[in-house]
Write a new protein. Structure first.
Length: 442
């Protein structure tokens, strides 16, 4: 396998963005992995509508919250085992398997509406954590450390391809309705991810994990390796771990309730929701590329403060949306809606709140992945990623449980009050303590 070696340049010899991009793309397997990841992003963006889709099928808030929380816990557990698997199995195989599981999920969603089969589809989607850490490690181990922010931002920037799916979805909704449109897009997603799985299996370069001596039995080795990775993560990026735990609770609350709140409490249509997500993707792409480069050149703490500083504003805008629902004249809103169904949502306050949150989420997770790439050693990357996402998902699972209860008792706005308080605490923590031990003394 061709590996892009890290190079050591002085500050004065720092390469231009074009030179860095050329170096990153010089590895053919990176390009293939990137293109197939973009194919995944084109359809995974539809997961933003899944709670709304379940409501369309007649599911209650509490049941949606319980299923969301359980699936998040399953995904977190799968990540832990996946971290070990990713360090003992060829990561090319895991990268292909991640796409295959995604295609099965979309096929079941497209063909069946029975609650048991929908639950099965979501369980398959969650169990993909068994292979995702190894799949991510395939790239994390082989991008140049000095260009890691740029290389990883290209993956995040590829999410803009989801705009095409959303535009088609918005048109279909006006023609055949929400449920049928969602299933049709899911069918296309299943076919695309199946093709991506085949491409990865046959054309990616092999990526065997680093050789090491196993410590006793498989169980003992599993526990020993994860304990070692856990201690290393806590000692290397303690600030990031604490912040991630807090942010995961806030994120779980927000993602459960934001679009449901916009649709059912504030009257934003399904095409309007689609417009919000389209705007998020279009704005995120150039910002992700910029933030990825800033993380490489200006440091993570300064960049993190710039990114996370807008999170509290997002929750505040959603809280005032019932009092100040729109920020433009009604004539402008009607004109936009008559031009393109759903376009009028751009002029609502909740649009601004959700837009800020989703854009900042993409930038924030890009920073965290860059932090891992820069701070932790190459050996055991899969386990580090697994532990990191385990922390995130376990705490995120609290959000759907709480959100389902709050929505069912008629108090959805209190969800965003909790999220706002957590955001303020995190922002103060970043400003005071940074993200890693190195950054706190930087």
């Amino acid at each position: 396998m061709t590996v892009i070696a890290d190079t050591h340049r002085t500050e004065h010899a720092r390469p231009s963005t074009r030179e860095a991009l050329s170096e990153v793309l010089s590895w053919r397997s990176y390009t293939l992995f990137l293109v197939t990841a973009w194919m995944f992003y084109a359809f995974d963006i539809m997961m933003a509508f899944y709670n709304l889709y379940l409501r369309d099928l007649g599911w209650g808030f509490v049941l949606i919250g319980i299923l969301g929380g359980v699936n998040t816990i399953i995904s977190a557990t799968a990540r832990i085992f996946g971290g070990y698997i990713g360090d003992i199995v060829d990561r090319k195989v895991l990268a292909s398997a991640s796409m295959l599981l995604g295609s099965i999920f979309f096929f079941i969603t497209a063909i069946f509406v029975h609650p048991a089969l929908i639950t099965l589809a979501l369980l398959i989607y969650s169990s993909a954590g068994l292979v995702k850490s190894g799949s991510s490690a395939y790239i994390m181990d082989n991008v140049p450390r000095e260009h890691s922010g740029l290389a990883l931002s290209l993956f995040s920037a590829g999410k803009v391809i989801g705009v095409g799916s959303l535009l088609i979805f918005n048109v279909l909704v006006t023609m055949i309705g929400f449920g049928e449109s969602f299933r049709l897009i899911a069918l296309a997603g299943g076919l695309s991810l199946l093709a991506s799985s085949v491409i990865r299996m046959y054309w990616l370069s092999p990526s065997p994990p680093p050789e090491r001596v196993r410590n006793g039995s498989i169980l003992r080795d599993f526990l020993s390796e994860n304990w070692s990775a856990f201690r290393l993560v806590l000692t290397t990026i303690p600030g990031a771990v604490i912040i991630v735990l807090l942010d995961s609770i806030s994120d779980g609350l927000f993602k459960f309730g934001a679009l449901l709140y916009a649709n059912e409490s504030l009257g934003i249509s399904i095409p309007g929701i689609g417009t919000i997500i389209i705007a998020t993707l279009l704005i995120s792409v150039p910002l992700m590329l910029k933030v990825g480069r800033l993380a490489d050149t200006r440091g993570l703490k300064r960049t993190a403060l710039m990114v996370y500083g807008l999170m509290p504003l997002s929750a505040s805008l959603i809280l005032i949306a019932p009092v100040l629902p729109v920020w433009a004249p009604s004539s402008m809103i009607h004109a936009a809606e008559s031009l393109i169904p759903g376009l009028g949502s751009v002029f609502t306050t909740v649009f601004l709140g959700i837009l800020l949150k989703y854009v900042n989420d993409g930038l924030w997770w890009l920073l965290l992945m860059t932090l891992i790439r820069k701070s932790l050693p190459r050996t055991g990357t899969s386990k580090f990623l697994a532990l990191f996402w385990f922390f995130v998902m376990v705490l995120s699972s609290v959000g759907p449980f709480i959100g389902g209860v709050l929505f069912s008792i008629g108090s959805p706005s209190s969800l965003f009050v909790v999220s706002l308080c957590i955001n303020v605490v995190i922002l103060l923590s970043i400003a005071r303590n940074g993200l890693t031990r190195h950054l706190t003394t930087e």
